[in-house]
Ligand binder design. Structure first.
Ligand code: CP
Length: 320
């Protein structure tokens, strides 16, 4: 593996999940693989899980890690080309990324969308420039449009909790929120689940209110239903997530709690396991009775972030 931006960087999903679960069973087997190799983690936005799980994964592989909170500790970054830098930006991404590439063997980058200009966000301009100028393998720690380490984790967690022969029904449901959130997690989850469906691993359904359709390049192959109860019927896994509108870009179109998953709503499921990438707003996005109940996988899911990061770093290290 040379980079990790999306599901396109992985061919056989079963084999990557198998390898991740082998690392979970034996985290220190490859301690010597990353010796004398430096991982740089660059954050332009906050993080708990991605930051800590990726550091732990790198340490398990014997790597050293440097973390740069670019939003708080770095110079204000210019990403446009051909501008006179006489405003508030201090350093151009051309130099900043190239310098970090001098210090590191692999780099991770987190960069959220602005949610103002859809074309700009979906071009992944900042992410692509960073990858081009640092000249090192780059791992997405969540970009404007995708969160592939989260989605790989989610697939690992679903397979880990599925019967050996079963083909589970996985439902992604929109849920309410008071803030306009990116589409990165649902986009990414959708493209990973669509590929898993193609490879015969599961059946995938998405449900959301009208107006919350995701970019169809991420959802091709999924069953899409705007009636939540119908979509949840017979579900084995319910993945809960809010996102802002893609059509009316960055807008909140639906308020109120009607779409919040509750124990009552999940009665139509096959005693579905409940998933969320976290952080979650209790009793706004997801009922606390579900979060605290026996069907919740959210902590196991967050724990699995380590093995998703470790399998990705291992595959990149093997290619250096
Ligand atoms: N799920 C996730 O990416 O969590 P953080 O934003 O805390 O890293």
């Amino acid at each position: 593996m040379k980079k990790f931006f999306s599901v396109a960087d992985v061919n056989d999903l079963s084999s990557v999940v198998k390898e991740a679960l082998a690392l979970k069973a034996s985290p220190n087997t490859y301690r010597s693989l990353g010796q004398n190799k430096m991982l740089g983690l660059v954050f332009l936005n906050p993080s708990l899980r991605t930051r800590l799980s990726t550091q732990k994964a790198a340490i398990n592989l014997g790597m050293d890690v440097m973390v740069m909170n670019m939003d708080k500790d770095g110079w204000a970054l210019e990403t446009r080309d051909g501008v006179v830098m006489d405003g508030t930006t201090v350093e151009h991404i051309r130099e900043a990324a190239a310098v970090m590439g001098e210090y590191c063997d692999i780099l991770g980058l987190r960069s959220f969308p602005g949610l103002k200009d859809r074309e700009e966000d979906y071009s992944e301009n900042l992410f692509n420039k960073f990858a081009a100028y640092c000249k090192k393998p780059v791992v997405s720690l969540e970009s404007a449009t995708r969160h592939p380490l989260q989605s790989l984790t989610d697939l690992i967690t679903i397979i880990e909790n599925s019967e050996v022969t079963a083909k589970p029904k996985v439902v992604l449901t929109w849920a309410p929120h008071v803030k306009a959130l990116p589409q990165a997690v649902p986009n990414s989850f959708a493209e990973w689940m669509c590929k898993a469906q193609e490879q015969g691993l599961l059946d995938f359904t998405i449900t959301h209110p009208e107006g919350y359709e995701l970019d169809e390049s991420f959802t091709r192959g999924a069953t899409i239903i705007t009636k939540q109860e119908e979509a949840l019927n017979g579900a084995d896994f319910v993945y809960v997530k809010n996102w802002s509108s893609y059509q009316e870009y960055g807008k909140i179109l639906v308020t109120g709690r009607e779409w919040m998953p509750t124990p009552e709503k999940l009665k139509v499921t096959n005693r579905a396991k409940v998933m969320h990438c976290l952080p979650v707003r209790r009793d706004l996005e997801l009922a606390s009775a579900l979060l605290d109940g026996p069907e919740s996988l959210v902590i196991q899911e967050a724990g699995n972030r380590v093995w998703a990061a470790q399998v990705v770093l291992k595959r990149i290290l093997e290619n250096l």
